[in-house]
Design a protein around this ligand. Structure first.
Ligand code: AMP
Ligand code: ZN
Length: 485
């Protein structure tokens, strides 16, 4: 941390505060590296998006809050960030083998409609969920795979022409043996790799890791397009290679996804893109760990999922989920429970109260301070959000800083963590708006405290809590927080 601080001071001074050094863990090198974008001042970033045949669950949403945090840190450091999250609206097979049904067809059959209507509905719900989590969706491109079929065909054709693909009865397959270094992401050992859930099985493939670039349609397939290999649909991986190149250029700075994508999907993206274009595809690969439920990865196929709509239906503010995610480092698995979400919601609301109080005291005037630097350094150090939150809490509770310095920290924290601290979405529970009985309990408690009768003050605190408010004693008196959102 000390050497990062020194580097920060140097870079900070040299660039008048515009660019600070940022370190990210790169899955490709398995080490923490100084982040340097390809072009000065601009970062290109691609995040694998959802298959829109049903809602995104909160495990998926962790992946996008993670990507959003990266973008916030980069923007704060002075970069322009161009972002893409793809929308997979082509139905890849549920079981990833030749027998499985395609996901969009499953969704369409379930809701007795077309794949297009399913895609429209769940794309909208996905983007709404992101907005509710304070992700600025206006700044992100959400390309749909079905709008880039020509680009995917062109890429598959290039691979075939260059000898990286071979035809099989039901399509065109990528020949992983022709691509040196296949499996470099996550150091995949092909000699022990078995045909797993997401490794495509087909008797005609030369190696279990070889994968479809194009799959011949079955007559009943709802989605099919013409191609040099007959009517069919693109393989699962090719859309990301094609769309990232079209929208962000041949070499992108950052590519994100959940760690489940490392072994197959991302190795296959690398193989396709680098084989076709003969150059490096991604400079920094970044992956988030899983959100788990009762010790197991939350996933649609296991059925152990919770949606953001379940969370809001229980009266939680969606930002409580964001706070819950940020409590852990992105490379650490997090275990979801309603109790731990409740804890996050309470902490967040307390933070909101403190922030409202400091807004008043500082008249929203901000000043620089050392703690703001520490806070930013923690986030620039591979997005250490848990440490950043500790710095935030400690500093806001400390009597060593002025209200203006604290307000400066709140503004930084708001920009970097997206927790709505500058304009908290809570009712004003200033003393005047409290119910009369609570006001009188609060006054009696203040009076007991001034007499240093802490037993009575504690009893009164319990009564206030029973009325639905938590009491936090700050430097300027008690801050009350409604305990039910
Ligand atoms: P999918 O629709 O399955 O491709 O998932 C969308 C994104 O969510 C991908 O980046 C996945 O790696 C990620 N993801 C899926 N399940 C989880 C989970 N339980 N925890 C964290 N990220 C996940
Ligand atoms: Zn992808």
């Amino acid at each position: 941390m000390k050497w990062i601080q020194r580097l920060f001071n140097r870079t900070h001074a040299a660039t008048k505060g515009r660019i600070v050094p940022i370190f990210f863990t790169n899955t490709l090198t398995r080490s923490k590296e100084l982040f340097m974008p390809k072009r000065p001042g601009l970062v290109t970033m691609y995040s694998c998006g959802p298959t829109v045949y049903n809602r995104a669950h909160i495990g998926n949403l962790r992946a996008y809050v993670f990507a959003d945090t990266i973008a916030r840190v980069l923007i704060k450091a002075g970069y322009r960030v161009r972002r893409v999250i793809n929308i997979t609206d082509v139905g890849h097979l549920v079981g990833d083998n030749d027998e499985g049904e395609d996901k969009m067809a499953v969704g369409a059959a379930r809701e007795k409609t077309t794949p297009e209507a399913i895609a429209d509905l769940y794309t909208k719900l996905f983007i709404d969920d992101l907005s509710e989590l304070n992700i600025d969706t206006a700044d992100i491109q959400f390309p749909r795979a079905t709008s880039y079929i020509n680009e995917q065909i062109a890429l598959a054709k290039t691979l075939e022409e260059k000898g990286f693909a071979y035809r099989i009865k039901n399509g065109l397959a990528f020949d992983t043996s022709r691509f040196p270094g296949y499996g470099k992401l996550g150091n995949l050992d092909l000699s022990v790799q078995r045909v797993g859930a997401r490794v495509e099985a087909d008797a005609e493939k030369r190696h279990p890791a070889d994968f479809w670039l194009w799959r011949t349609a079955k007559p009943h397939d709802l989605q099919q397009w013409d191609s040099p290999w007959g009517r069919g649909n693109p393989g699962w991986h090719i859309e990301c290679s094609a769309m990232s190149r079209t929208l962000l250029g041949p070499e992108i700075d950052i590519h994100t996804g959940g760690e489940d994508h490392i072994a197959v999907h991302h190795n296959n993206e690398i193989a396709q893109s680098e084989a076709a274009h003969g150059r490096s595809f991604v400079r920094y690969w970044m992956h988030n760990a899983f959100l788990t439920m009762n010790g197991e990865r939350a996933s649609k196929s296991l059925g152990n999922v919770v949606y953001l709509s379940d969370i809001t239906a229980k009266g939680f503010n969606p930002i409580a989920l964001r706070y819950f995610f940020l409590q852990a480092h992105y490379r650490t698995p997090i275990s979801f429970s309603w109790d731990s979400l409740g804890g996050a919601a309470n902490a967040l609301e307390r933070l909101w109260r403190i922030s409202m109080h400091i807004a008043e005291e500082s008249a929203r005037v901000s000043e620089p301070s050392e703690m703001r630097d520490h806070f930013i350094i923690a986030l620039c150090d591979d997005l250490n959000t848990s440490q950043a939150l500790s710095i935030l809490w400690e500093s806001l509770r400390s009597e060593d800083y002025s209200p203006e310095e604290k307000w400066g920290l709140i503004e930084d924290a708001d920009a970097l963590l997206g927790l709505s601290l500058v304009h908290p979405p809570v009712e004003d529970v200033a003393a005047a708006t409290l119910p009369e009985d609570v006001q009188s309990l609060l006054a009696r408690r203040e009076e007991a405290r001034s007499r240093k009768d802490f037993d009575e003050a504690d009893q009164l605190r319990t009564l206030i809590e029973k009325s639905g408010y938590r009491v936090d004693d700050g430097p300027d008196g008690a801050v009350l927080t409604r305990t039910t959102l």
